[in-house]
Design a protein. Sequence first.
Length: 277
Amino acid sequence: MPKIKTFKPARQIVLWIAANAGGVGKTTLGIHIGYRFAQLGLKVLFIDLDTNGSLARFCGLDSDLKPALTTAALFDRNFDGNYPIFTPEWGNPQGCFDTCLGGDVMLGVALDLPTRTGRELILKKAFKKYPTNYDLIILDSPASLDVLSYAALAMATHILIPLPMSIKLSGIDSLLKWIRMETEALDLNPPPTLLGGVPMRVATSADQQAFGQEISDVLDGQSVPCFPGVRFSTEFENASNRGMAPLYLYRPKHPACKDFDPIIAELTRSFQVAPVS
Protein backbone atom coordinates (compact mmCIF):
# COMPACT_ATOMS: atom_id res chain seq x y z
CA MET A 1 0.00 0.00 0.00
CA PRO A 2 1.56 3.37 -1.03
CA LYS A 3 2.50 5.77 1.73
CA ILE A 4 0.15 8.74 2.01
CA LYS A 5 1.99 12.05 1.74
CA THR A 6 1.55 14.32 4.76
CA PHE A 7 2.26 18.02 5.19
CA LYS A 8 3.38 20.33 8.00
CA PRO A 9 3.67 24.12 8.41
CA ALA A 10 7.02 25.74 9.18
CA ARG A 11 5.78 26.57 12.70
CA GLN A 12 2.60 26.35 14.76
CA ILE A 13 -0.08 28.54 13.21
CA VAL A 14 -2.87 30.25 15.16
CA LEU A 15 -5.57 31.42 12.76
CA TRP A 16 -8.21 33.79 14.12
CA ILE A 17 -11.46 33.90 12.12
CA ALA A 18 -12.29 37.49 13.06
CA ALA A 19 -15.71 39.11 12.98
CA ASN A 20 -17.64 41.91 14.66
CA ALA A 21 -21.09 40.39 14.03
CA GLY A 22 -22.83 37.06 14.28
CA GLY A 23 -24.14 34.94 11.42
CA VAL A 24 -21.34 35.90 9.05
CA GLY A 25 -20.17 32.36 8.24
CA LYS A 26 -17.09 32.31 10.49
CA THR A 27 -17.68 28.80 11.85
CA THR A 28 -18.44 27.47 8.36
CA LEU A 29 -15.23 29.02 7.04
CA GLY A 30 -13.13 27.79 9.96
CA ILE A 31 -14.52 24.25 9.83
CA HIS A 32 -13.76 23.84 6.13
CA ILE A 33 -10.26 25.30 6.42
CA GLY A 34 -9.46 23.11 9.42
CA TYR A 35 -10.87 19.95 7.90
CA ARG A 36 -9.03 20.46 4.60
CA PHE A 37 -5.70 20.94 6.37
CA ALA A 38 -6.40 17.91 8.54
CA GLN A 39 -6.90 15.95 5.32
CA LEU A 40 -3.36 16.98 4.39
CA GLY A 41 -2.09 15.46 7.61
CA LEU A 42 -1.94 18.51 9.89
CA LYS A 43 -3.01 18.25 13.53
CA VAL A 44 -5.79 20.81 13.90
CA LEU A 45 -7.42 22.20 17.04
CA PHE A 46 -10.56 24.32 16.63
CA ILE A 47 -11.25 26.53 19.68
CA ASP A 48 -14.72 28.01 20.03
CA LEU A 49 -14.73 31.41 21.78
CA ASP A 50 -18.33 32.14 20.83
CA THR A 51 -21.32 31.98 23.14
CA ASN A 52 -23.80 30.48 20.66
CA GLY A 53 -22.38 26.95 20.80
CA SER A 54 -22.73 26.37 17.07
CA LEU A 55 -19.48 24.42 16.84
CA ALA A 56 -20.96 21.60 18.93
CA ARG A 57 -23.91 21.35 16.53
CA PHE A 58 -21.60 21.42 13.52
CA CYS A 59 -19.62 18.53 15.01
CA GLY A 60 -22.56 16.46 16.25
CA LEU A 61 -21.49 16.95 19.88
CA ASP A 62 -23.31 17.75 23.12
CA SER A 63 -23.33 21.50 23.86
CA ASP A 64 -24.59 21.17 27.45
CA LEU A 65 -21.25 20.76 29.20
CA LYS A 66 -19.73 21.81 32.51
CA PRO A 67 -17.28 24.74 32.21
CA ALA A 68 -14.33 22.43 32.93
CA LEU A 69 -15.15 20.57 29.69
CA THR A 70 -15.26 23.69 27.52
CA THR A 71 -13.02 26.49 26.29
CA ALA A 72 -13.84 28.26 29.57
CA ALA A 73 -11.34 25.93 31.28
CA LEU A 74 -8.48 27.58 29.37
CA PHE A 75 -9.26 30.88 31.12
CA ASP A 76 -9.63 29.36 34.59
CA ARG A 77 -7.18 30.67 37.20
CA ASN A 78 -6.33 27.05 38.08
CA PHE A 79 -5.88 25.73 34.53
CA ASP A 80 -3.31 22.93 34.69
CA GLY A 81 -2.79 22.08 31.03
CA ASN A 82 -5.58 19.51 30.86
CA TYR A 83 -7.13 20.69 27.60
CA PRO A 84 -10.84 19.77 27.22
CA ILE A 85 -10.58 18.11 23.81
CA PHE A 86 -13.45 16.54 21.88
CA THR A 87 -13.33 14.80 18.52
CA PRO A 88 -16.30 15.45 16.17
CA GLU A 89 -18.78 12.66 15.65
CA TRP A 90 -17.72 12.55 12.01
CA GLY A 91 -14.28 11.39 13.14
CA ASN A 92 -10.81 12.37 12.06
CA PRO A 93 -9.31 12.63 8.58
CA GLN A 94 -5.67 11.77 7.87
CA GLY A 95 -4.23 14.18 10.45
CA CYS A 96 -6.58 15.08 13.25
CA PHE A 97 -9.34 17.60 13.87
CA ASP A 98 -10.04 18.24 17.56
CA THR A 99 -12.23 20.83 19.24
CA CYS A 100 -12.60 22.88 22.40
CA LEU A 101 -16.27 23.75 22.66
CA GLY A 102 -17.76 27.12 23.62
CA GLY A 103 -21.37 28.09 24.26
CA ASP A 104 -23.19 29.84 27.10
CA VAL A 105 -20.31 29.25 29.51
CA MET A 106 -18.26 31.81 27.59
CA LEU A 107 -20.62 34.52 28.85
CA GLY A 108 -19.22 33.94 32.33
CA VAL A 109 -15.68 34.13 31.00
CA ALA A 110 -16.43 37.43 29.26
CA LEU A 111 -17.78 38.84 32.52
CA ASP A 112 -14.83 37.64 34.59
CA LEU A 113 -11.95 38.64 32.32
CA PRO A 114 -12.27 42.43 32.79
CA THR A 115 -11.49 41.95 36.50
CA ARG A 116 -8.17 40.22 35.78
CA THR A 117 -4.73 41.67 35.18
CA GLY A 118 -3.26 40.91 31.76
CA ARG A 119 -6.59 39.55 30.59
CA GLU A 120 -5.71 39.91 26.89
CA LEU A 121 -2.79 37.49 27.27
CA ILE A 122 -4.39 34.77 29.42
CA LEU A 123 -5.17 32.43 26.52
CA LYS A 124 -1.80 32.97 24.87
CA LYS A 125 0.05 32.34 28.14
CA ALA A 126 -1.91 29.12 28.77
CA PHE A 127 -0.63 27.65 25.49
CA LYS A 128 2.88 28.94 26.18
CA LYS A 129 2.96 27.36 29.63
CA TYR A 130 1.36 24.13 28.42
CA PRO A 131 2.45 23.65 24.78
CA THR A 132 0.49 21.40 22.43
CA ASN A 133 1.61 19.50 19.34
CA TYR A 134 -1.08 20.95 17.08
CA ASP A 135 0.13 22.34 13.76
CA LEU A 136 -2.86 24.62 13.28
CA ILE A 137 -5.04 26.19 15.98
CA ILE A 138 -8.19 27.93 14.73
CA LEU A 139 -9.94 30.48 16.95
CA ASP A 140 -13.64 30.96 16.20
CA SER A 141 -14.45 34.56 17.02
CA PRO A 142 -17.11 35.91 19.36
CA ALA A 143 -19.89 37.75 17.54
CA SER A 144 -18.68 41.12 18.79
CA LEU A 145 -15.40 42.84 19.59
CA ASP A 146 -15.33 42.09 23.30
CA VAL A 147 -12.64 40.97 25.74
CA LEU A 148 -12.51 37.51 24.13
CA SER A 149 -11.64 39.15 20.82
CA TYR A 150 -8.64 40.74 22.50
CA ALA A 151 -7.55 37.29 23.70
CA ALA A 152 -7.87 35.94 20.15
CA LEU A 153 -5.98 38.86 18.64
CA ALA A 154 -3.13 38.52 21.15
CA MET A 155 -2.69 34.81 20.40
CA ALA A 156 -3.15 34.90 16.62
CA THR A 157 -0.32 34.54 14.13
CA HIS A 158 -2.75 35.04 11.22
CA ILE A 159 -6.19 36.61 10.75
CA LEU A 160 -8.90 35.86 8.20
CA ILE A 161 -12.17 37.80 7.95
CA PRO A 162 -15.45 36.27 6.66
CA LEU A 163 -17.58 38.84 4.82
CA PRO A 164 -21.21 37.89 4.10
CA MET A 165 -23.08 39.73 1.38
CA SER A 166 -25.34 41.24 4.07
CA ILE A 167 -22.48 43.05 5.82
CA LYS A 168 -22.37 46.83 5.95
CA LEU A 169 -19.32 48.30 4.28
CA SER A 170 -18.79 50.52 7.34
CA GLY A 171 -18.56 47.35 9.44
CA ILE A 172 -15.63 46.07 7.39
CA ASP A 173 -13.82 49.38 7.75
CA SER A 174 -14.35 49.53 11.52
CA LEU A 175 -13.17 45.93 12.05
CA LEU A 176 -9.96 46.52 10.09
CA LYS A 177 -9.27 49.72 12.00
CA TRP A 178 -9.89 47.93 15.33
CA ILE A 179 -7.48 45.12 14.44
CA ARG A 180 -4.72 47.55 13.51
CA MET A 181 -5.28 49.87 16.45
CA GLU A 182 -5.39 47.09 19.07
CA THR A 183 -2.43 45.26 17.55
CA GLU A 184 -0.42 48.41 18.17
CA ALA A 185 -1.94 48.98 21.62
CA LEU A 186 -1.07 45.43 22.71
CA ASP A 187 2.43 45.88 21.25
CA LEU A 188 2.22 42.54 19.46
CA ASN A 189 5.61 41.67 18.03
CA PRO A 190 5.52 40.19 15.53
CA PRO A 191 2.01 41.39 14.66
CA PRO A 192 -0.43 38.84 13.24
CA THR A 193 -0.58 38.59 9.46
CA LEU A 194 -3.87 39.88 8.07
CA LEU A 195 -4.49 37.37 5.30
CA GLY A 196 -7.57 39.06 3.86
CA GLY A 197 -11.33 38.85 3.60
CA VAL A 198 -13.48 36.03 2.26
CA PRO A 199 -16.90 36.93 0.80
CA MET A 200 -19.37 34.40 2.18
CA ARG A 201 -22.84 33.30 1.02
CA VAL A 202 -22.30 34.81 -2.39
CA ALA A 203 -25.36 34.61 -4.63
CA THR A 204 -25.34 34.83 -8.41
CA SER A 205 -27.65 37.83 -8.79
CA ALA A 206 -26.26 40.97 -10.43
CA ASP A 207 -26.89 42.97 -7.25
CA GLN A 208 -24.92 40.52 -5.14
CA GLN A 209 -22.08 40.43 -7.63
CA ALA A 210 -21.94 44.23 -7.63
CA PHE A 211 -21.89 44.33 -3.84
CA GLY A 212 -19.10 41.78 -3.84
CA GLN A 213 -17.07 44.16 -5.97
CA GLU A 214 -17.75 46.96 -3.46
CA ILE A 215 -16.40 44.75 -0.67
CA SER A 216 -13.31 44.03 -2.74
CA ASP A 217 -12.81 47.76 -3.33
CA VAL A 218 -13.05 48.54 0.41
CA LEU A 219 -10.44 45.88 1.21
CA ASP A 220 -8.21 47.05 -1.60
CA GLY A 221 -8.39 50.59 -0.24
CA GLN A 222 -6.86 49.32 3.00
CA SER A 223 -4.33 47.08 1.23
CA VAL A 224 -6.12 43.92 2.39
CA PRO A 225 -6.45 41.03 -0.10
CA CYS A 226 -9.89 39.76 -1.06
CA PHE A 227 -10.29 36.05 -1.74
CA PRO A 228 -12.73 34.58 -4.26
CA GLY A 229 -16.11 34.13 -2.60
CA VAL A 230 -17.84 31.05 -1.16
CA ARG A 231 -21.25 30.63 -2.75
CA PHE A 232 -24.55 30.52 -0.90
CA SER A 233 -26.03 27.05 -0.52
CA THR A 234 -28.60 25.58 1.85
CA GLU A 235 -26.45 22.45 1.92
CA PHE A 236 -24.08 24.12 4.41
CA GLU A 237 -26.96 24.43 6.89
CA ASN A 238 -28.21 20.93 6.08
CA ALA A 239 -24.76 19.50 6.77
CA SER A 240 -24.36 21.31 10.10
CA ASN A 241 -27.86 20.32 11.26
CA ARG A 242 -26.86 16.70 10.73
CA GLY A 243 -23.61 17.13 12.65
CA MET A 244 -21.58 16.67 9.45
CA ALA A 245 -20.48 20.27 8.97
CA PRO A 246 -17.75 19.89 6.34
CA LEU A 247 -19.45 19.81 2.97
CA TYR A 248 -16.53 17.60 1.96
CA LEU A 249 -18.24 14.87 4.00
CA TYR A 250 -21.92 15.62 3.47
CA ARG A 251 -21.86 16.44 -0.23
CA PRO A 252 -18.29 15.89 -1.48
CA LYS A 253 -19.21 16.58 -5.13
CA HIS A 254 -21.09 19.81 -4.41
CA PRO A 255 -19.64 22.73 -6.42
CA ALA A 256 -19.23 24.82 -3.25
CA CYS A 257 -16.49 22.45 -2.07
CA LYS A 258 -14.23 23.85 -4.77
CA ASP A 259 -14.86 27.42 -3.56
CA PHE A 260 -12.44 26.77 -0.71
CA ASP A 261 -9.61 25.64 -3.03
CA PRO A 262 -8.09 29.09 -3.68
CA ILE A 263 -8.34 29.92 0.03
CA ILE A 264 -6.53 26.72 1.02
CA ALA A 265 -3.92 27.29 -1.69
CA GLU A 266 -3.08 30.78 -0.41
CA LEU A 267 -3.08 29.71 3.24
CA THR A 268 -0.79 26.79 2.35
CA ARG A 269 1.65 29.30 0.90
CA SER A 270 1.31 31.76 3.78
CA PHE A 271 1.65 29.05 6.45
CA GLN A 272 4.63 27.56 4.57
CA VAL A 273 3.00 24.13 4.56
CA ALA A 274 5.26 21.59 2.90
CA PRO A 275 5.41 17.80 2.46
CA VAL A 276 7.04 15.81 5.23
CA SER A 277 9.83 13.57 3.94
